[in-house]
Design a protein around this ligand. Sequence first.
Ligand SMILES: [Zn+2]
Length: 448
Amino acid sequence: MKHATGHDDSESSRASAYLPTTPEGVGRLILRGARLIDGTGGEVVLDSEIEVDGARIVYAGPARRRAEPTDGVPDATVVDLTGKTILPGFIDAHVHLGLAVEDQPAEAARFESERVFRMGVRANQTLMAGVTTVRDLGGIDRGVRDAVEADLIRGPRMHIAVVPLSPTGGHTDFTLPNGRPVPMGLPMDPIIDTDDDVKRMVRLLIRGGADVIKVCTTGGVSSPTDTPDDIGVPEEHVRLIVAETAKRSRQPVAAHAQGTEGIKAAVRGGAASVEHGYGIDDEGIDLMLEHGTFLVPTLSSALRVPGPRDVPAYLYEKKVKWSAIARERVAAALDAGVRTALGTDAGVCPHGQNLREPVHAVELGLSPMEAIVAGTRNAAELLRLDADIGTLRSGRLADIIVVDFDPIADITPLADPDNVKAVLQGGALVKDREAWFPDPPARAQISY
Ligand SMILES: [Zn+2]
């Protein structure tokens, strides 16, 4: 099986995805001796060397032999990471920093100022889990992304969808049957019914800084009034959105699609990714292979079934049913070699435990290497940022995590954020649990 990691490099990196910035490292850094998993799916390098200059990698590969580690780079800081493993910073292609599963009723009642601080904490937890880039698929505005870039909060690089689009009565229509709105704190009203609504919403989203357009082609599990089998945004509107973005910045279209028919509507309409994909049938798998559509299976949320008394009865029943469907059908899609990018739906599951996702992907049939590639290179391709992130090669940004185990032998320790010992983002050291890195210059960019 498996060609999930076999996508041809030459196709990658079209054009103009917005590259979110983060504070940059300073000076030269040489990381020596670690096992290197570079995100490409290629051979593990057992005794590696990575040289970082400022924000970017200038060398990544086998250790270079010379009399002194700094020969040729006299001003470099050398860090010995023998016995450790280096991987690319992971990319979680599906989060909601504006939501918290443990906190739903309280979230709506909060003052906006407190909500913003809480988002900052979640962003930080995500980064500390080893995720240096996220795609937020609904619920936050550009201010959160900008705050990371301005170093007001420390969090992952961010692509944002702002709000997910649905028809009236669809998955993200939060109006009650009596016509009163449920206060969700969304940046704008996400309802599209007509062609004109579709065009206007896409233009408003692009004006508002959306890096990705999210549509709901089906209902969902957590919503009380619709199900994954309900059709939401129809195929022709997906196609219209793809056409509208093609005139502009070519934002990828991400489709929340859980039931069998809505998944096919999303793929036929030209969505770049099927988010969730729980009920995909064999025809849907063939269509995804044919179109090169990514699957973002959000297993951290799909496989998480709360206790029967922890949630309303409708939700418990839906969770049990759709979790079993996902376990079987996502496994079939992975086995068929559908292009897979990892995403957790954090917000629907807890934040800061994002690297449970590759562990779940292995549970459902990927090899540890395939799961790592899905969370690094593949996700970077989905975000159209693969020229800059997702792999550890010369010229890429130095988004790097360090662990003290071999995830190819056993990937499960990745799930615990405490096992992600060090994180570099754009060459700046943002986590160093074991004090493996020397004091400045490696730490010089950390201002708080
Ligand atoms: Zn979601």
